[in-house]
Design a protein around this ligand. Sequence first.
Ligand code: ADP
Length: 388
Amino acid sequence: MDDNNSDLGIKEKVMNQLRGVIDPELGSDIVDLGMVKEVDFRDSGELQITIALTTAGCPLKAQIQKDIRGRMKSISEVKHVKVNWTELSDEERAQTMDRARFNLSKEDVVTQIPPTTKSIMIASGKGGVGKSSVTANIATGLAARGLTVGVLDADIWGFSIPQMLGVEGRLAGNEETKRIVPLVKNIGSGTLKIISMGFLVDENKSSLNWRGLILNRAVRHFLEDVEWGEMDYLIIDMPPGTGDVQMGLAKMLPRSDMIVVTTPSKTVQTVATRVASMAQSYYLRIAGVVENMSAFINEDGKEYNIFGSGGGEELAQELGVPLLGSIPIDPFVSNGSDTGVPVILGDGHAARALNSIVDEVISAVPRINPLDCTAHGSLETSVSITNS
Ligand code: ADP
């Protein structure tokens, strides 16, 4: 056993060692986070440490315990360690989370997103409004125009991008660079480079226990450790609402634009404004609003406003940004998601609306260095799909 700090009191040595124990979820050490509640050392060599967790059922308890025990081995006076667990009070938990967020905000993130890539976050106030469908279709539409498009599925609780784009597989690393390689799908002469939690876990439920900050770290890996390579656009499917992942992304990609997806309904419009104000507080630019699930158009061209009308236009006006388009309710949208062939590649009301939205996106969020496009070929409209 190695004990270099014999001049220090035992408690101090214990605290110094505990400073090396990182809460895997919060990313800071447990002393800094105020989680070490008591250190009791007896001359017999008995050490009792009381740790307060953010929740009693914290799945990372075993890891913290193992780390503590391992570290105490370096203190020769300690013969036996007992770790007691307790829970932070609501007030303490709020302070701990603030501290963890503050520490995270100080860390520099060097993303692998090339400076010539325009990133666009597709956001919504709540789930189920068609945000992922809009992401999959906009990305596919951009690729169908001959562009190279990254798709980051940051909707980690409810990832659906692999299914919607018809891409299956497991993420693998590049032996040389030690970076994760995105899965690739070619659309005509364009390319999609896709990263999703769905390529790492077996089922959706595997990630359900994860909470905000650890998800934020997972998403951060997707920006820092993925070999994205050159891309014209990076389209990000954000989790619905405003939470740690959304704020983390906003901080990590400060030059990003955001497109807010809403439905014609007033309630959805109200929650969408919250996402927009989060974006604005991080100085992200809101490029426009997309209204999804607008009127259903029957075979005779008659429109039925099933979810009301006007929500998209009102939100756009409220935010002072353009309405990039409205996508009707169209069974082909969900068929496309189920079969992995996004509706934008077909025909019909929704496909036309989405193609027009893609054109609007290109003019609202122009590519960086648009003149330097020889490598991308001309913009194509007719496409064939191959997986690789
Ligand atoms: P979110 O990402 O906002 O949770 P999804 O894109 O997963 O929403 O869409 C929710 C469901 O609604 C999916 O089954 C999808 O296929 C369907 N859907 C989305 N947009 C439309 C539309 N315009 N017409 C018909 N179904 C749609």
